[in-house]
Design a protein around this ligand. Structure first.
Ligand SMILES: Cc1ncc(COP(=O)(O)O)c(C=O)c1O
Length: 455
């Protein structure tokens, strides 16, 4: 029995993972996804609010403000809701609606800001939160500078890991968002077991692994795993006890979380892929003396189902390992041959076409008649039909489909495809009489971006 959800924060399970080749080492993961708000950030939501209450910065019914749409927002929103505080979150406009819906449903007020500006710009989410706090008297929580952030891990996460491993531990593999987890664990283990190695797992593109290796902050790139990696070293982040750092690229991270689910049944967020891939490499690098290693599942994969766990999204990002052809076939995201192409039949009702477009988040569908492409139905066709009559959605697709398609051979030059798309048509790649797949504008943009990233 428990008196409320806040009592369920922490004391998360530690589970052994045996589905990777760890060269004889034991790999364990701490399931922070089991916290009531779904992530490791519940711990700091509780500790940062409790610290502000204790030193009088936060009065009953007071307002907090933070710049985040991520797990920290959820952790704060959970604690604020249960302790009667108001919470404002400043959120860059690239964040997913799902996360924002969750935050609003917990009672947080959301202020959108631009995601295309950097530190120092008044619209940058952190600068904006700071200014609103100054002007309104709300308490700016600022996880990047708040000492109660690492303190939560020093006083709870660290002791839990030490007790759960029975005091037998060689290394912890950890990522850095604000640096709270790594710093808190570093401080705790420096006191109780300084021989425990602190290993950094960093997404390729983040500057932190480079900083550990050289002491200088390089130029940041971009990465897709969420919650870890930075383009600066956060003020509370103390990397001085990091003994080694591993850089993990997105493809390896996503493949790793997928394996973790399929083989160990653990539904983990994308950052766990980076951490566990690094932990596995660390184990293999120490095959001479098998170790006991702990890593972290910081949040649940439930909120990444439409990304990390969806082949089409990975293919759009160029992260699905499949051989290239060196021709137009490489531009096709959803291949007919792999049954990835979503289609309708000419006799399907428009209702079916509408439902499929929404379900698969596409704006047009090929109309296939016994394996042969007979047309295309797109959003504008649906709109014209819907405006024209009440029973429009019962009408068959064949009534409204268009033939705005042009067939291209795989070896056709890219300029042919550009012309077809420029004419508002959909390109259809047909190989020896067999449909290979459709190419829309966004497929071409994704392809060009992948190509640019590869050089
Ligand atoms: C999703 C996610 N968020 C946050 C963190 C850690 O964040 P911080 O450095 O802010 O403690 C991790 C670390 O593993 C993570 O995976």
């Amino acid at each position: 029995m428990t008196r409320g959800m806040l009592d369920l924060i922490g004391n998360t399970p530690l589970v052994q993972v045996t589905c990777f080749d760890t060269a004889g080492s034991e790999l364990w993961v701490k399931l922070e996804s089991q916290n009531p708000g779904g992530s490791i950030k519940d711990r700091i939501g509780l500790s940062m609010i409790s610290a502000a209450e204790a030193d009088g910065r936060l009065q009953p019914g007071g307002r907090l403000i933070e710049a985040t749409a991520g797990n920290t927002g959820l952790g704060l929103a959970l604690v604020a809701a249960l302790r009667g505080y108001k919470l404002t979150l400043v959120i860059p406009d690239k964040m997913s609606q799902e996360k924002v819906t969750h935050l609003k449903a917990l009672g947080a007020e959301v202020i959108w800001t631009r995601s295309d500006v950097g530190k120092g710009h008044p619209a940058y989410y952190q600068d904006m939160a700071q200014r609103i706090a100054r002007e309104s008297g709300a308490l700016y929580v600022n996880q990047f500078e708040n000492p109660a952030n690492p303190l939560a891990h020093e006083t709870t996460t660290g002791p839990e890991i030490w007790a759960q491993t029975g005091g037998q531990l060689d290394a912890i593999v950890c990522g850095v968002g604000s640096g709270g987890t790594l710093t808190g664990l570093s401080r705790y283990f420096a006191r109780v077991a300084p021989e425990v190695e602190i290993v950094l797992a960093d997404p390729r593109g983040s500057v932190l692994a480079g900083y550990v290796a050289t002491g200088t902050v390089g130029i940041a790139g971009s990465w897709l795993v969420e919650g870890i990696g930075e383009d600066f070293v956060p003020p509370i982040c103390d990397l001085s006890r990091v003994t080694s750092a591993y850089v993990v690229d997105d493809a390896e991270a996503f493949a790793t979380v997928r394996t973790l689910l399929a083989r160990a049944g653990i539904l983990a967020g994308s950052s766990s892929g980076t951490l566990i891939a690094a932990a596995v490499r660390y184990c293999r690098d120490h095959a001479d003396r098998p170790r006991k290693v702990v890593s972290i599942v910081a949040d649940s994969g439930a909120k990444y189902l439409s990304k990390a766990y969806r082949d089409e999204w990975l293919a759009d990002q160029g992260l699905l390992q499949r051989p290239g052809f060196g021709d137009l076939r490489d531009v096709v995201t959803r291949r007919a041959v792999d049954a990835q192409l979503v289609a309708v039949a000419p006799d399907d009702a428009l209702r079916v076409a509408y439902a499929r477009m929404r379900l698969h988040d596409v704006s047009q569908l090929p109309v296939m008649d016994r394996g042969a492409l007979t047309g295309i139905v797109d959003e504008s066709d649906l709109l014209v039909a819907a405006l024209a009559g009440e029973r429009a959605f019962d009408r068959p697709v064949r009534d409204v489909m268009t033939r705005k398609v042009e067939t291209l051979a795989p070896e056709a030059p890219l300029t042919d495809l550009v012309r077809v798309l420029g004419e508002g048509k959909v390109g259809v790649v047909v190989e020896k009489g067999v449909l290979f797949g459709l190419v829309t504008r966004i497929d071409l943009v994704n392809y060009l971006r992948r190509r640019a990233a590869a050089v």
